[in-house]
Design a protein around this ligand. Sequence first.
Ligand code: C6P
Length: 410
Amino acid sequence: MDKKFDPNLIRKEFPALCREVKEGVPLVYLDTTATSQKPKYVLDSLSHYYSYSNANVHRGIHTLAEEATAAYENARVSISNFINSPRSEQVIYTRNTTEAINLVANTWGRENFCRGDRVVMTEMEHHSNLVPWQMLAESIGMEIDIVPVDDRGLLDLMVYEKLLKKNPKAVCVTHMSNVLGTLNPIRSMADLAHEHGAVIIVDGAQSAPHMPIDVQELDVDFFAFSAHKMCGPTGIGVLYGRYELLSTMPPFLGGGDMIKRVELRRFDTNDLPYKFEAGTPAIGEAVGMGAAVEYLNEIGMENIWDHEQEIVAYAMDKLEEVPGVTIYGPEADKRGGVTAFTLDGVHPHDVSQILDADGIAVRAGHHCAMPLHTRYNLVATARASYYLYNTRKDIDKLIEGLYKVKKMFG
Ligand code: C6P
């Protein structure tokens, strides 16, 4: 792998980015926020694992079982190092970010919240970091407080400080918005949460793929992310948790591997991380996630972040020049590689559909952030998002496409 950062070389490593959507129409992929494309390095690791080392983990002592277990556990160590977790036992495999947050709500949450206790969430959360807490609140009788988003797309931190004075048990916040791109000041929010005795649960689905993550530096209690948004496969994600919390939490799902001993009427739970990994896990996918982390490390997360900063600034400049376009969210230096926008007089679904005819993939809809869209009196936006493989040429094609949309709609 070439260490020098060159998106034109990088994109050649992604088979999907080399395809045509239809004859003579190459793919312009601007939907990484939904899911990223996968490099050959990761695809080969999946193929190699399933071709030669496929077996169940932690159960057999034959060669393939040992190879599969080693590959599964080595991937955990790579992921642990990727986020600077103090111990790899603090890295729990889940299906995705959504399952990781549901795990926390249903174990730590159920153990620690009582009727009348408060939880703080924000107006820019993805449904994954809203609904599990709403479900818990409904069943326990907790109170939900919301940190609003201002017109620029930033959290109102004065309100956050005020809400902390009500002594919430937990703060649930996204590191980066999947709509506005807003990068939230997690370290200072964590410091404030801790000063008030609250635990902070961070949705890292949109930050972990794009920037260096150090969970110790961020001082977060829980951090959730998904492999499929960071060059890895679907069906695998991670919950990082503080050791003292994870070790005292009850298990999430019951079954094989999460136990040490089972009798007919009782069981003893296994040690971390297995306590939270009931049943046969997504082994090949975990191996693929490990490969994705190796791939990203080789390129360098700082390089990826710098490139995306450059690309998003360029995209915002160009989008702003298109008459009728409104971009939501803060200035380029306060956001990651996401631009949600509307085009006057054209429904975002039409924008997306017309762009697709030219091979340009953007997402349209509420992006699983309905309350945030309501905040801006919107039902939907079109959203272009960027990653290590996007170039200025992709943005130029998007802009060309938008002029075509405008022409079609008069
Ligand atoms: N956002 C998007 O198009 P899962 O689906 O569990 O891997 O990730 C959920 C999730 C949680 N938090 C944030 C901030 C997210 O952006 C997402 C996924 C995708 O915006 C699919 S809805």
